[in-house]
Design a protein around this ligand. Structure first.
Ligand SMILES: [Zn+2]
Length: 290
């Protein structure tokens, strides 16, 4: 179930339930975001998990992007996804390099956190913004859907870290109450989150019929309605940034050569760094002079 979402309807089609394991995806993205601030990485990982599940709610060419601002308003996290399960995200430099020693994500979010979401397709877009009253990413994203879509939603994620850099396992659930269904059903889903961890945690050997019987054990009459994948994707490339370096002033390029520092360009969509060495800088200077 690595980087996979299983979609189900439970409680006799009254609740939509998505089950996710995105361990590989998170490790791939976190390796690109190289700052040292562990709390900011935790917040980024949690946000990516939520957005991974939300990718499964999109259709056609819809895209969804989230911008999170925190107590210190220059600290931001951006994550976006589309209906094909492509996910990318990054914590901005200010946050990644923050010397402030947050001890928890709650402290990082603080009292002034906000979530701004844009859902768009080729023709129109909808923007919603809510505060983060719970100072908890899962609960605040759920709060967003209640406020902005008037949809009762339950989002729960679990991320097991192995040291500061590596994630051992990451999984989560997204449950949405369908119209005219009683709210207490979401409480039942929440109560049994622990019980279904074997599906989310060690899913490699599980086949759909076993997942199906597990869902029926805890969530009344259920059915699996589909599956989808999530993966990292950003359209950026080294060639693209090499092209952009042609607009840098020649004197500045010579400065890099002089100091023997490589030029590091960071994609501000996915956080990936591209490094340009002496040879490459000389190549650009040659083209600029030529
Ligand atoms: Zn990128």
């Amino acid at each position: 179930m690595q980087n996979r979402i299983i979609k189900a309807l439970i409680f006799n089609k009254q609740v939509r339930l998505y089950l996710l394991n995105n361990t590989h995806l998170l490790n791939e993205i976190l390796h690109m975001n190289q700052g040292s601030n562990i709390i900011s990485k935790e917040a980024l990982a949690n946000s990516i998990s939520v957005m991974s599940m939300l990718s499964a709610t999109l259709k056609g060419n819809q895209r969804l992007s989230a911008a999170l601002s925190f107590d210190q308003p220059k600290s931001k996290i951006f994550v976006d996804t589309d209906a094909h399960g492509n996910v990318r995200g990054y914590a901005n430099d200010f946050l990644l390099s923050s010397s402030k020693n947050y001890s928890t994500v709650k402290e990082l979010i603080g009292l002034k956190g906000s979530i701004r979401m844009i859902k768009a397709n080729d023709f129109n877009q909808f923007t919603g913004i809510t505060d983060m009253p719970y100072q908890d990413l899962d609960r605040d994203f759920s709060h967003y859907f209640k406020q902005s879509d008037q949809t009762e939603t339950l989002i729960k994620t679990t991320i097991h870290w192995q040291g500061n850099k590596e994630i051992k396992n990451s999984y989560g659930i997204y449950a949405q109450l369908l119209p005219q269904s009683p709210t207490h059903l979401l409480n039942k889903v929440e109560e049994h989150f622990q019980s279904i961890q074997c599906v989310l945690n060690e899913p490699k050997t599980l086949i759909n019929s076993e997942i199906f019987s597990l869902l029926n054990q805890y969530f009344g009459e259920g059915e699996i309605i589909g599956e989808s994948n999530v993966q990292f994707f950003c359209g950026c490339s080294k060639e693209m940034f090499f092209g952009l370096l042609h607009s840098v002033d020649a004197a500045e390029l010579k400065g890099y050569l002089h100091s023997r520092d490589p030029i590091i360009s960071t994609c501000n969509r996915c956080g990936r760094n591209y490094s340009f060495n002496e040879e490459e800088i000389k190549l650009i200077l040659g083209e600029l002079n030529g």
